[in-house]
Design a protein around this ligand. Structure first.
Ligand SMILES: [Zn+2]
Length: 243
C-alpha cells in the first residue's frame, strides 16, 4: 500500500475514534442519570410498601382502641344488669350487651383481616428489599463500567493532539489540507473504503477502471461523487467472504 494512503487511513481511524470518544463523554451524564432513576424507581416502590404497612399498623391500633372502648361499655352494662328492677329494663340491657358483643366480634374480625394483609405486605417488602439490593449491585457495576468508558474516552481526547501530530508528521501539507477540508465538509469521513465496486461512503458505483486502480491501493484516488479518498480494504479481502 502507498505509505501516504496508509497514513491517511490511520489518521481517519484516529478522527473516528476521537469523535466516538467525544460522543461517549457527552452521553455520560444522561446515562448516569438514567441509572440513578432506575434505582430510584425501586427505592420508591419499597418506600410505598413500607408506607402501606405503617398505615396498616396505625389502623390496627385504632381498631384495638375501639375494642377497648366497647369492652368498657360492656362492663358497665353488666354492672347495670345487677341493678335493674324490671323485666323491661333487664331485656333492654341484655340487648345492649348482645350489641356490644357483636361489635367486638366485628372489630376483631377486621383486626384479623388486617393482620393477614400486613403479613402479605411484609412479604412484599422483603422481596422489594432483595430486589433493591440486587439492583444496587447491578447499577453499581454498570456505573463503574460507564465511568471507565468515560475515562478511556477522556484519555483518547487528551492524547488526540499528540497522536495526530505523530501521524501527520510525514504527510505532505497539501494532502493534509485536503484531508482536513474533507473531514469538515463530509461529516467526519475523509477517507473511506470501497465495497462491491461502490464508494462505501456515498454508495456511488465507481467506473471499472477507477475501481481497478483503487484495488491496487497504490495511488491517491478520490471518489468522483463525494471526493473522499478511497482505498480497498485488504484485511476484508484476505478473510473468506460469507456466501
Ligand atoms: Zn463517494
Amino acid at each position: 500500500m502507498l505509505p501516504d494512503l496508509e497514513r491517511l487511513i490511520r489518521l481517519q481511524e484516529l478522527e473516528t475514534a476521537v469523535d466516538r470518544a467525544r460522543l461517549a463523554i457527552e452521553a455520560f451524564p444522561a446515562q448516569r442519570a438514567a441509572l440513578a432513576a432506575r434505582l430510584g424507581e425501586h427505592a420508591g416502590r419499597l418506600e410505598a410498601a413500607e408506607g402501606r404497612l405503617a398505615e396498616h399498623r396505625a389502623a390496627r391500633r385504632n381498631l384495638e382502641k375501639d375494642v377497648a372502648a366497647v369492652q368498657s361499655r360492656l362492663t358497665r352494662f353488666k354492672d347495670q344488669l345487677m341493678a335493674v328492677k324490671t323485666n323491661k329494663e333487664y331485656h333492654a340491657v341484655q340487648s345492649e350487651i348482645a350489641g356490644a358483643n357483636a361489635e367486638i366480634q366485628r372489630l376483631e374480625d377486621r383486626i384479623l383481616e388486617g393482620m393477614l394483609e400486613a403479613d402479605e405486605l411484609s412479604a412484599d417488602i422483603d422481596r422489594l428489599r432483595t430486589t433493591l439490593a440486587e439492583e444496587e449491585t447491578v447499577v453499581g457495576e454498570e456505573q463503574r463500567r460507564l465511568e471507565q468508558d468515560r475515562d478511556r474516552s477522556r484519555g483518547r481526547v487528551d492524547s488526540y493532539a499528540g497522536d495526530r501530530a505523530a501521524l501527520v508528521a510525514d504527510l505532505p501539507p497539501a494532502l493534509l489540507d485536503t484531508f482536513d477540508i474533507l473531514i469538515r465538509g463530509r461529516r467526519g469521513i475523509a477517507v473511506g473504503a470501497v465495497h462491491d465496486g461502490r464508494c462505501g461512503s456515498c454508495q456511488v458505483r465507481l467506473r471499472p477502471q477507477l475501481y481497478n486502480d483503487v484495488r491496487l491501493n497504490q495511488r491517491l484516488i478520490q471518489c468522483e461523487s463525494c471526493r473522499r479518498i478511497l482505498y480497498y480494504p485488504i484485511e476484508a479481502d484476505a478473510s473468506p467472504r460469507p456466501s
